[in-house]
Design a protein around this ligand. Structure first.
Ligand SMILES: [Zn+2]
Length: 446
């Protein structure tokens, strides 16, 4: 069983209550056995890496994305719209995707996330034109040493049923449920240390039918997978739910079985105190997506109220058409800044990092990642502090990773194996990937 020793980090933040100067960790077969000052942990290993001058943090966990949207970043007709118009502009563009678009955009987005500190990524993919499938996403992730939680997302309420998407991009419920079952059987690995998981993820209240929501919850519980959807993102959605169902978004999904520790919502911006309390009591989680919420002018989620009431909160970059980057460290900074707009300067850099590590791990149901502690997976990132952006910040390098301009990571490991080495994702020909991705993006836009 191979061993790995990391030593001499300027500071190693465990996100488990300690920030260790001259920190190190020792791992065996991908699992952390010792964390502490370098002088206090075993001094030899099969692989030894000296991280003098680096800050070391647990790998970041992205809890909401649409990787395919990297193909429609800065899309001209969708730069200045709110959610519903933005979607109406983009649905027909996304409807042109083929399996190649899904595969290559998945890979490109994962690479971008890895370079910005992510070691675990959840993706919410909900339209599957031209025979594309979740298989294309796992093929896109193939060979990347990143933990990939995909979803067999779905839309079943088209315009003719009062939904927002055109009928051409929605599917019938039976095929959705059957293919979701197939995806779980083919790809979902529930065990500790899992590299691939599948979530059940109907898209949003204005694009799915009640029955699909109910049946999706039943399927997730039967297969012990997790449930995810967009919820309470905009005022338009709230009006849609009140008009269509006579219920606010949280009450609507709760009425269909969507509450509990196995459920997490993306956004959850427009919620009342009673809804926050019910979510906290049930353990229903939130993927906070600050950049997307600002980009679409959706509002600001009540994150401190969520944390006060025990709602699990993780961080998500959201799709790259409403956050034209897939940059986790940038998202941590945005979370800090947006929550200060709402709450003043009391929201700290470390609270933002908690959302991106232990918070994200929790809402994905991962008790094996998110902190650097014995028994946890050796998933961690290292950032060289000797760069112009951090000059003058060494009073507090941990806070500097959030407060200063977002850096790329220099190194990262997942399960004790490299993901990023000297600023490059291992095993990826990035120039060829960009060329292929740009070509596919132009296909969609023409
Ligand atoms: Zn989203």
């Amino acid at each position: 069983m191979p061993t790995l020793l990391i030593k001499n980090a300027h500071v190693l933040a465990t996100m488990d209550g300690a920030e260790i100067s001259h920190g190190g960790l020792h791992a065996r077969d991908g699992w952390i056995e010792n964390v502490g000052p370098t002088m206090d942990i075993p001094a030899t290993a099969d692989e030894v890496v000296d991280l003098t001058g680096h800050v070391v943090l647990p790998g970041l966990v992205n809890t909401h994305h649409h990787l395919y949207q990297t193909l429609t970043r800065a899309f001209p007709g969708a730069q200045n719209s709110e959610l519903f118009d933005w979607l109406r502009t983009l649905y027909p563009v996304w409807a042109r995707m083929t399996p190649d678009h899904v595969r290559v955009s998945t890979r490109l987005g994962l690479v971008e996330l890895a370079l910005s500190g992510a070691t675990t990524v959840f993706d919410h993919h909900y339209l599957w034109p031209h025979g594309s499938s979740i298989d294309d996403q796992f093929e896109g992730a193939d060979g990347l040493n990143i933990r990939f939680h995909a979803s067999r997302g779905s839309m079943s309420r088209g315009e003719s049923d009062g939904g927002l998407p055109p009928d051409s991009v929605v599917e019938d419920e039976d095929s959705i449920l059957e293919d979701t079952k197939r995806a779980i059987e083919s790809f979902h690995e529930p065990a500790r240390g899992s590299m691939r998981q599948v979530a059940v993820a109907p898209c949003s209240p204005f694009s799915v039918t009640d029955n699909l929501m109910r049946e999706s919850a039943a399927l997730a519980r039967e297969t012990e997978t997790r449930l995810h959807t967009h919820l309470a993102e905009t005022k338009d959605e709230e009006e849609f739910c009140l008009g269509m169902h006579g219920l606010r978004p949280v009450a609507y999904t709760e009425s269909l079985g969507w509450a509990g520790e196995d459920v997490w919502y993306a956004h959850a911006v427009h919620v009342g105190d009673d809804e926050v309390a019910r979510m906290g009591a049930a353990g229903t989680g939130v993927a906070h997506c600050p950049t997307s919420n600002m980009r679409l002018g959706a509002g600001a989620a009540p994150i401190t109220r969520y944390l006060d009431r025990g709602v699990p909160v993780g961080l998500g970059v959201d799709g790259s058409a409403s956050n034209d980057s897939s940059n986790m460290l940038a998202e941590v900074r945005q979370a800090l800044l947006l929550n200060r707009v709402n709450n003043g300067p009391g929201f700290t850099a470390r609270q933002a990092l908690e959302m991106a590590t232990t918070g994200g791990a929790g809402i994905l149901g991962r008790h094996d990642i998110g902190k650097l502690a014995p028994g946890h997976a050796a998933d961690f990132i290292a950032i060289d502090l000797n760069r112009v952006e951090f000059a003058g910040s060494l009073h507090d390098p941990v806070a500097a990773t959030v407060l200063c301009a977002p850096a790329r990571v220099d190194h990262s490991w997942v399960g004790g194996r490299r993901l990023v080495e000297h600023g490059e994702v291992v095993g990826v020909d990035v120039p060829a990937l960009i060329e292929s991705h740009n070509r596919l993006a132009f296909d969609l836009g023409d």
